[in-house]
Design a protein around this ligand. Structure first.
Ligand SMILES: *Cc1c(COP(=O)(O)O)cnc(C)c1O
Length: 371
């Protein structure tokens, strides 16, 4: 009998002819890793491993948080997150991806509209699609255009949701959150900010891009991940009791999925405490990132750990990435459809665990190889 999946060969050949094939490769720990979102260098911190191994009750929970998967460790973590985010409450999801799917599809549906930045992370787009709401995509960080569309849409929808990354994952720039907060106010829209790359890294208190603009307490739906600067795994939404109680009742990825393992949750609580006790990690990260930008001659229009090195074609980006690998550096090539086609790049991520020497060597090689 013919394999009902044989069509994959043709589709894959097309994918390959466009230089887009992806494969999994086992991490070579001998390489200097500029491909990790462990921004504060906490994922391998002995204190996180210790917090995880101090959990002796059980590893997995074996149930959804609403059945028997909610433990004192989970309760403590949401309290820690709410205190950190200065919100009334927080809820946990199994990933940041799931948090966005759950939050968006719980607050809007058919008859509503979601306004999305063109460069938003895939899970914001997927959440909006899943919700059944009408999607409106505005040009990257173009608050004027968004305002125009909001005005045009007046009276056409029941609820409006503006959903944006706080820090854009592939470019490292920040959303104009002060403008978005006032637009949301003016148009009775709900604002959701995904701080996946902001939490622990940006703002005087490490609360993310919204804290850079002084509007952190004016974002009704703050989404975050435990898997980047916090160094563990999982996602969360922080907000009012009203919002969090609603999500517990309506966010399907939370209701119909097993809760996070206890050691992961215990490690995340520990990590959040370290982030607040050791602000030097954030300072160090920003110093190293600034050093890399200076060495690469990248202007000061952006800052922070995500440093895109623009290449253009997918093939050229892949080629540059493999030349760096040969010199001992792991720097991923990012291609379409993750970024718009023709804007393939290396996405360099700096962490607080890098050294000046590693930054200097990487930039010297990049400059030499790109001449
Ligand atoms: C990484 C990322 C996510 C997903 O978070 P996970 O916890 O890895 O699922 C969501 N949003 C943005 C902007 C991200 O960069």
């Amino acid at each position: 009998m013919a394999d009902p999946l044989s069509w994959i060969d043709d589709e894959s050949a097309d994918w390959a002819s466009r230089g887009l094939v992806r494969t999994l490769s086992v991490l070579d720990r001998g390489l200097v890793n500029f491909a990790s979102n462990d921004y504060l260098g906490l994922a391998a911190d002995p204190r996180l491993l210790e917090a995880a191994s101090a959990v002796t009750a059980s590893f997995g929970t074996g149930a959804s948080p609403l059945v028997s998967g909610w433990t004192e460790y989970h309760q403590r973590l949401v309290e820690d997150l709410a205190r950190f985010e200065q919100t009334e409450s927080a809820v946990l999801f199994s990933s940041g991806y799931a948090a966005n799917l759950g939050a968006i599809s719980a607050v809007v549906g058919k008859g509503d509209a979601v306004y999305l930045d063109r460069l938003n992370h895939a899970c914001l787009i997927d959440g909006a699609k899943l919700s059944g709401a009408t999607l409106r995509v505005y040009p990257h960080n173009d608050a004027d255009r968004l305002e125009h569309v909001l005005k045009r849409d007046r009276g056409r929808f029941r609820r409006l949701l503006i959903a944006t990354d706080g820090v854009f994952s592939m470019d490292g720039d920040l959303a104009p959150l002060a403008d978005l907060v006032s637009l949301a106010d003016d148009h009775d829209a709900i604002l959701l900010v995904d701080e996946a790359h902001g939490t622990g890294v940006y703002g005087p208190d490490g609360r993310g891009a919204s804290s850079v603009y002084g509007v952190a307490n004016r974002i009704p739906i703050k989404v975050g991940t435990l898997s980047k600067a916090i160094g563990t795994l999982g996602g969360f939404v922080a907000g009012s009791n009203r919002l969090c109680d609603w999500l517990i009742n309506r966010a399907r990825p939370l209701i119909y999925s097993t809760s996070l393992p206890l050691p992961v949750v215990a490690a995340a609580s520990r990590s959040l405490a370290i982030i607040q006790d050791e602000p030097w990690r954030r300072t160090r990260l920003l110093e190293l990132s600034a050093r890399l930008r200076t060495r690469l001659g990248i202007g000061s229009e952006s800052y922070g750990p995500i440093v895109p090195w623009m290449v253009g074609s997918s093939e050229a980006a892949m080629d540059l990435s493999s030349r760096l690998r040969a010199e001992g550096f792991l720097v991923p090539a990012i291609r379409s459809p993750t970024v718009p086609s023709g804007t393939a790049r290396l996405r360099i991520t700096v962490t607080a665990a890098h050294t000046e020497g590693q930054i200097d060597k990487l930039s010297a090689i990049l400059i030499r190889e790109s001449r």
